[in-house]
Design a protein around this ligand. Structure first.
Ligand code: NAD
Ligand code: MG
Length: 341
């Protein structure tokens, strides 16, 4: 069984004795900066010139400075910039200020796992990665809870890197929910696999293929939308709350029999073989190479695919149907409130 840390396992004094820089004030950045600050940590937010987040962070009572200044002042630097921007910012504005004894932290392992950022010897390199979006990291903290979080150490120069990461997780509220020890490789590889195969790629392709199959067979697109997309949340909520068997308890026996006998025919041996190939491309670095090259080229495929997705019939039907159900988007404002810039 994996080792999971809770409140009593962390030493809050470790981080309290350090100067912390949170770089970026987006989804994760605002949550880390505010939670740490309210936990009594000496934290400054590092933002780029002209950042639209500056006013928001200052209004929230945080001390804001440039990225370079924050990296200079602090001896614990948490990088919460978009993963695709981190290498350029690190090389230009952070690396020159990394001194022996400093600690560099991440909330995702991509740039370390794939060798984009190579910190100097003498510096601790760790990860504190909440398994949830920033607005939840913030909200649960204010409610006295936390979001389950992964910690890992890539370089332990001080011999205390893990204890410091755990102390950071404590200040973030994460030890209230549980902190799981992992490695940069495991976090990065399972994260990419999850989003590609199950959570984002697999799920959206499944929804779309189901919708297209029904529409092609002559059913109304609105029926297909409700069936293949809208109801997804209701089922996922049941699984989230009670597990797969708990969800099956709530559906009809007819639905359950169809689930048990047809599900494995959809996700068949061919699909599992493709899952293994996708995992291999993550592990051997070829996916990372492809994505880095795509960014260097100005994201031509990414932009084309994103646009094609927006033009799909399911989006047009969905926009019309959701406009009649304003209550289902009531939670959105909160997400937009916290998105950075
Ligand atoms: P985000 O896009 O919400 O915010 C990024 C911040 O960086 C914003 O303040 C933005 O203005 C700033 N920024 C963008 N480009 C910049 C540049 N070139 N120079 C300086 N500042 C720049 O990002 P996020 O989703 O909070 O992700 C931050 C890190 O947290 C990533 O490593 C991500 O993988 C990780 N993470 C995110 C989530 C999540 O749910 N969003 C969950 C776990 C881990
Ligand atoms: Mg993820």
């Amino acid at each position: 069984m994996a080792r999971i840390y809770y409140e009593a396992d962390a030493d809050p004094a470790l981080l309290a004795g350090r100067k912390v820089a949170v770089l970026g004030y987006g989804s994760q950045g605002h949550a880390h900066a505010l939670n740490l600050s309210e936990s009594g940590i000496d934290v400054r937010v590092g933002l780029r010139e002209g950042s639209s987040s500056r006013a928001k962070a200052e209004e929230a009572g945080l001390s804001v400075t440039s990225i370079e200044q924050a990296a200079t002042e602090a001896d614990v630097v948490m990088i919460l910039l978009p993963d695709t921007e981190q290498k350029a910012v690190y090389d230009a504005e952070i690396a020159p200020h990394m001194e022996p004894g400093d600690c560099l932290m991440f909330a995702h392992g991509f740039n370390i796992r794939f060798g984009q950022i190579v910190p100097p010897e003498g510096v601790d390199v760790s990860m504190v990665a909440p398994k949830g979006p920033g607005h939840l990291v913030r909200r649960t903290y204010t409610e006295g809870g936390g979001v389950p979080t992964l910690i890992a150490v890539a370089q332990d120069a001080s011999g205390k890197a893990k204890d410091l990461a755990l102390s950071y997780a404590h200040a973030l509220g994460s030890t209230r929910a549980g902190v799981l020890d992992t490695t940069f490789a495991e976090e990065t590889e399972t994260d990419l696999f999850g989003e590609q195969v199950v959570l984002c790629g697999g799920l959206t392709a499944l929804i779309t293929a189901g919708f297209e199959t029904l529409v092609a067979a002559g059913y109304q697109p609105e029926s297909a939308y409700f069936e293949c997309l809208h109801e997804m949340k209701l089922i996922v909520d049941l699984i989230y709350e009670q597990g797969i068997s708990g969800m099956r308890y709530s559906i009809s026996d007819t639905a359950e029999y169809g689930d048990l006998t047809r599900g494995p025919r959809v996700i068949d041996a061919h699909v599992r073989e493709e899952m293994r190939r996708i995992l291999e491309a993550i592990r051997d670095g070829s996916f990372a190479e492809e994505w880095i090259a795509e960014n260097r080229a100005g994201r031509p495929n990414f932009s084309r695919l994103r646009e094609a997705g927006k033009q799909h019939q399911i989006e047009k039907v969905g926009a019309e149907l959701r406009a009649m159900m304003p209550f289902i988007t009531a939670g959105r404002q909160r997400l937009e409130d916290v998105s950075g810039g």
